[in-house]
Ligand binder design. Structure first.
Ligand SMILES: Cc1cc2nc3c(=O)[nH]c(=O)nc-3n(C[C@H](O)[C@H](O)[C@H](O)COP(=O)(O)OP(=O)(O)OC[C@H]3O[C@@H](n4cnc5c(N)ncnc54)[C@H](O)[C@@H]3O)c2cc1C
Length: 392
């Protein structure tokens, strides 16, 4: 796909390294990912082929340290990664992000040297897949009600419980499981545990059939007397919730990047189609009603880019960005869903047909309003900063 708009171009300006990474990734996506996105959506091709190829090409882990197989880059590189992949195939972006960011970056942030050395190089090469298991059947938005328990047993721990909606669980080599570890000062404590594929007691349900992001597997995870060694504890076994905020915040912070990519994919298709499709003796691009839809898509991309840059700068400067991240996540979901709907409208009846690839954008975009905390939960985070304990 040639692009007159370059979603991530505003992000590119900062360094030569970021520009070079974006150009290499875009070339890879146009050649090896976008042409297969429809087949991935239909379940005719596995996105793990792209995952491995991205790893082989050195593009999968732009922000891991070079010594651990990564690109040694920063959060802007991660945003470029999520935007470019989402432009080509949002399901591939979701699964790559769940593995390398939710999984790998969490190990990088809280892991011991041994845990980092064990997992980061293999993830960066595309040889291992990770997932993060937080959500449970009874603990969705209310994550504090997680019921999976980790009980000390000799020098190890035994995990019991169930997780649901876990991206990549069906194929994951590494499950990062959040579990209750005890109680301190009347409050439950939580820990994070590294559970390897094949550990007795760890089983995974069949991938769920979904509205969108169909190529990205989502499954339940069951932990029945699942024994792990002491070395499986990630970080502090009493600070699991403080720790899980780290990957959650990064996932939420990257939602505008996913929206940006999805909208750019839509806009490129719309521009091409609007120039080609003739009605009333003119290309439909000559009609102002159509022009404004394209302009609105581009306007939202400008806002998403600005948001992303602001959030990244704040995180890198160590500022409290809770409100900005929540606002960005809420805006990203709405912009992606509304933008995909408008793109379908530009295509008319053809927009409703799979072959034209904008209906997939709508189905994929909807997840941005649900996953990693729904839009309502993002608004609740903001309301809390305004009203304190009045917000329950
Ligand atoms: C495709 C997919 C992939 C996912 N991947 C992962 C993953 O890899 N790891 C993981 O741990 N989880 C994952 N999730 C889970 C996701 O984060 C949860 O679905 C999400 O947090 C919402 O939880 P819930 O589905 O239980 O909805 P619920 O919490 O039951 O919410 C239902 C409705 O009630 C609203 N609501 C709830 N509480 C409030 C409140 N206090 N105020 C206002 N409204 C409220 C919600 O906004 C929503 O509209 C994934 C989900 C999906 C669909």
């Amino acid at each position: 796909m040639d692009s007159p708009t370059l979603a991530a171009c505003a992000l590119l300006g900062r360094t030569d390294e970021q520009r070079a990474y974006q150009a290499a990734l875009r070339g890879f996506c146009d050649r090896d990912i976008a042409p297969h996105a429809a087949a991935v959506d239909r379940g005719e091709r596995s996105l793990w082929e792209s995952y491995r190829a991205l790893g082989r090409a050195g593009l999968l882990a732009p922000a891991y340290p070079e010594a651990l197989g990564g690109g040694g880059g920063d959060l802007t590189m991660v945003a470029i990664f999520m935007a470019e992949l989402s432009r080509a195939c949002a399901a591939t972006a979701l699964s790559c992000g769940a593995s390398t960011l939710l999984g790998g970056m969490t190990v990088l942030r809280f892991g011991t040297d041994a845990q980092r050395a064990r997992w980061l190089p293999v993830i960066a090469r595309g040889d291992a897949v990770a997932c993060l298991g937080l959500t449970e059947p009874g603990a969705g938005s209310d994550v504090m009600s997680v019921a999976t328990r980790a009980t000390r047993d000799g020098d190890g721990w035994v995990l019991r419980g169930a997780k649901t909606f876990i991206t990549n669980a069906a194929v994951a080599d590494l499950h990062i499981i959040v579990a209750v570890t005890g109680e301190s000062a009347g409050r439950r404590t939580h820990g994070m545990f590294l559970v390897e594929k094949g550990t007795p007691g760890l089983t995974v349900g069949a991938p769920m059939r979904k509205l969108g992001m169909r190529g990205s597997p989502t499954s339940e995870v069951f932990l029945e007397d699942c024994r792990v060694p002491a070395a499986a504890v990630l970080g502090d076994p009493t600070q699991g919730f403080a720790q899980v905020i780290f990957p959650l915040n990064h996932e939420r912070a990257m939602a505008p990047a996913m929206a940006l990519g999805i909208l750019e994919g839509c806009l490129e298709r719309c521009i091409r189609y609007a120039k080609e499709r003739v009605q009333f003796g003119k290309p439909i691009a000559a009609f102002q009603a159509v022009q404004f839809k394209l302009a609105r898509l581009r306007a939202d991309m400008v806002l998403l880019t600005a948001l992303l840059k602001d959030v990244i700068a704040g995180i890198e400067a160590g500022r409290d960005m809770r409100v900005e991240i929540a606002a960005g996540k809420a805006f990203a979901g709405e912009a992606a869903v509304q933008g995909a709907l408008e793109a379908i409208q530009v295509f008319g009846g053809y927009g409703y047909i799979e072959e034209f690839e904008v209906e997939r954008a709508l189905r994929d975009a909807k997840l941005l309003e649900l996953g990693a905390g729904t839009t309502e939960i993002q608004l609740r985070i903001i309301a809390r900063t305004l009203l304190g304990d009045l917000v329950g």
